[in-house]
Design a protein around this ligand. Structure first.
Ligand SMILES: O=C(O)[C@@H](O)C(=O)CO
Ligand code: MG
Length: 256
């Protein structure tokens, strides 16, 4: 049985963030995810999850100054201490919300930066986070993101994820496989899913082009869902798209 989580960073834009939990529950979701909720006390997030009978499927490690354009700090040498204290913050939120997996955004390469130094910093920080998360019973995920939407982001393909994971050397570093990003970067979605399934802890869906709901673009999500069922994928499937219209009217893609 496929399980879908509502990505509250993208769905229900007409609602304030904390009101999106009830909206998702009203539409039948049992799980939610979002970039991060560190502006709210973890206990408040836990309360709103409980009030709406929702499971916290995923969130991210603190991503830096999102408004200023930061997309993670894990690869930035000068932010090492900040990254490492953010791991403890994320563990606190995961504990309060019962979340069992946290994604790490690698960060955007500053222009002119030494890429080897950025990758070495990322590897070292992921080794630290993977070990701390393992002790807390939390999976650490790393998501490749496409270069069109996030120019300069350090990790853009599953091959790059695999190279980084090999250097990290932890069985607690998993792949967050976002079909939208990977359609743009490499295609071959179902074969890649089959090959990397043992390392995939979370998948996310949106159509391309436009990053709207499935059925608005070129990706055959009926076949993707069939493949996920055939492979026995037991994780959450994150509905991470910008609704083309009203969110509650955008769920025609959900399998019966
Ligand atoms: O694909 C995305 O943009 C998200 O999964 C994410 O982690 C950054 O917002
Ligand atoms: Mg994603």
């Amino acid at each position: 049985m496929l399980r879908f989580s509502a990505n509250l960073s993208m769905l229900y834009p007409q609602h304030a963030f904390l009101d999106r939990f009830a909206a998702a529950a009203a539409d039948g979701f049992k799980g939610v995810e979002y970039v991060g909720a560190y502006d709210y006390p973890a206990t408040q997030i836990a309360d709103v999850l409980r009030e709406n009978g929702l499971t916290q499927a995923l969130f991210n490690l603190p991503v830096g100054d999102w408004v200023a354009g930061e997309r993670g700090i894990a690869c930035l040498p000068e932010r090492r201490d900040e990254f490492r204290s953010s791991v403890d913050q994320a563990i606190g939120y995961a504990y309060e919300t019962g979340c069992k997996q946290v994604n790490c955004l690698a960060g955007i390469a500053p222009s002119g930066a030494d890429r080897d130094e950025l990758e070495t910093t990322l590897v070292s920080n992921l080794q630290f986070a993977a070990a701390r998360f393992a002790d807390a019973g939390i999976k650490l995920l790393l998501e490749p993101i496409n270069t069109k939407d996030m120019p300069g982001y350090l990790i853009n393909t599953t091959d790059h994820y695999e190279a980084i994971a090999a250097r990290v050397g932890s069985d607690n570093l998993y792949l967050q496989y976002d079909f939208y990003h990977m359609q743009i970067m490499q295609g071959d979605l179902i074969r890649t899913l089959e090959r990397l399934q043992p390392r995939i802890a979370h998948v996310q869906i949106a159509d391309n082009p436009g990053r709207h709901e499935p059925g608005t673009g070129e990706i055959n999500y009926a076949n993707i869902f069939t493949a996920l069922s055939r492979l026995g994928y037991a994780g959450w499937i994150g509905a991470e798209y910008r609704p083309s219209g009203d969110t509650s009217s955008s769920f025609g893609w959900v399998p019966e």
